[in-house]
Design a protein around this ligand. Sequence first.
Ligand SMILES: Nc1ncnc2c1ncn2[C@@H]1O[C@H](COP(=O)(O)OP(=O)(O)O)[C@@H](O)[C@H]1O
Ligand SMILES: [Mg+2]
Length: 410
Amino acid sequence: MVVQNNLDLGDSRKWIVLEPFIHQVGGHMSMMKYDDYTVCKPLVSQEQWFYETLPAAMKRFTPQYKGIVSVHLKKDSMGNLSLIACPQTDNRSSLDNASKESSMTIWQKLNQANTSSGDHTFVKWNHGPLTNTTKDSCQAKAVLQTDLQYHRDVSSIMEDANGNQPEKNSYNPWGLYCHKQHLNRMSSKYNENKLHQFLLLENVVSKYKCPCILDLKMGTRQHGDDASEEKKARQIKKCEQSTSASLGARICGMQVYQADTVQYLCKDKYYGRKLSPDGFRQALLQFLHNGNRLRTDLVEPIVSQLKALLSIIKKQNSYRFYSSSLLINYEGLEKATPSDNHPQGHCQHSSCSLPHGNSHPKVDVRMIDFAHTTNKGSRFNHTIYEGPDHGYIFGLENLIKTFQSISVGE
Ligand SMILES: Nc1ncnc2c1ncn2[C@@H]1O[C@H](COP(=O)(O)OP(=O)(O)O)[C@@H](O)[C@H]1O
Ligand SMILES: [Mg+2]
């Protein structure tokens, strides 16, 4: 959503420069980090409406909704694009000054020097001062591989659908792709007088040092009531040709911490779309495999949370969660010794204590992405459905069965 900016941009001390969210495993828009505990994404009114009218019973299984924030795009003289959130709009001051200050911590460069199509652009997320910038694409690429990383010691491996590993990266490749695309779109439509509205949501993986994340698109139907005939036909085909039809769930993204290689194994939605039901089960096994062993200890907590969610969804009359996802998250880092290669930079707790014995549960199941969710009370003009979302229920039941089959070693 975009609104006109009256340039009352508030006190620069309150401005927040958004950073790319490095644990984005799926989606098509760019998820941004607002602070350590909060992510933000471009606002879609239907999603905002969902969060604002959310039934209390579902709050346990959704990210906490933290409101909306206005985001201003700022391009400097070198073409670097920054996304600056303006949480307060009480005092006037100079955006130029704020932008310079913020560039000392992070800024984004969209190098369009060698581009006619967006494919050849580089995005650089630099934590250094502005004077360190370069327009040289090779250098930009090198920085990109070292700066946008989970932390010093953990990188990611992206496998293609055949299990090949074409390149090693130090960031979630899908997230980076989304950031590049999003910045290209924003840059081409750049208008410094526009304010973009973003939704602020709890970062549901902030409590993990090495988050393992599975993004599952749930249900047997993905298109919203507002989809064009063309989009509807595309979505129906994707469902028919994937586990969406057979299982009511399909993998849209995944990252799994591999303790043996100290890397994340990453899979994207194209991998997920090609899976057969058996391939889907194998992928769940991979999600629970840390490189050394299968984490069977996670099956029971996952199943118990899925069952609790199932009983809540069964009671949600008229809700349809079209194209929403279920995130299953757990801590990949099992134990630390002083010699362990783990992310010092990512410790959320001053003691850098381990998850074991901490108050948060081992695994976490959350519903996300409600841009096409509808219900009877919706103020959007949609079809009114009766009863619960049977496609979603079908997906949850199959997930429960599949995880249970893993625990008994079928
Ligand atoms: N609240 C959240 N906390 C942590 N990660 C999130 C959260 N919401 C989304 N993500 C991450 O961002 C990705 C895309 O989110 P999603 O809401 O599906 O975006 P889109 O609307 O572009 O599909 C997810 O796959 C997940 O990795
Ligand atoms: Mg999504």
